[in-house]
Write a new protein. Sequence first.
Length: 268
Amino acid sequence: MMTKLRRLPQSLPLVCIFAIFAASPAFGQLQITLPNAPSYLLTAAETSSSLSAPDSQAASADPQQAPAHEDKQQKRIFGIIPNFKSVTAGTILPPQTFKDKFITASQDSFDYSSLTLAAAVSLQSYATDATPEFHTGGAAFGRYFWHSYLDEISENYLVEFIIPVATHEDTRYYSLGSGGFAKRATYSLSRAFITKTDSGKRTFNFSEIVGAGASAGLSNYYYPRPERTLDNTINKWGVNVGIDVASFFFREFSPDIYHVMFHQKPTP
């Protein structure tokens, strides 16, 4: 059984190690170039940049090549779910700047639609009595809500701004948009571990994995003391990554869902 902490959270060493590492000059230059992967794990921008001019012309002339999906990504899916960093399939954008990353993290944190995720997590936590120290009743739900919302803000800024600025990673989700369900699902789920650098190269997704872990560690400073265990921190880390993985999957297929439900292409 995990012993409960009396003074400091058990995840503090993890956060400290990361803070020291992030402060080093080498961290800002860190890039890992992944080996070649199947084409469906590449974004449209990566695929086009990896082709020579003759190869690009040959690919465009191939009548069997699957076209990019026509439906466009919405900034708010159904007006409820924040979707500010999704890019419509086939779209090639300039490198993401420091300002772009800050704005995206802020939009995902403070847009009215961002409250929906905190409310959903709060309801689930309240129903399962995830934090008994919050007790029950309206006041208890309020405690669940502001803790969940603070968790969301913390992860957004770490995953979408602080870590990617240090590692020079592009935090946007580039939709695949073409191919069968399995192909697109595999691509979307792989985005938790594979992303782009600001220069367009593929790299391990430090922003997601390290940022979600750091957010879970920081949460120990505002949750009740009995909840500050290593086991709880690791579980929260997994939940953070799991929610983001589910969001990647939903972002990939949300234009299709909208098209089927409303029989029309969504307005970007």
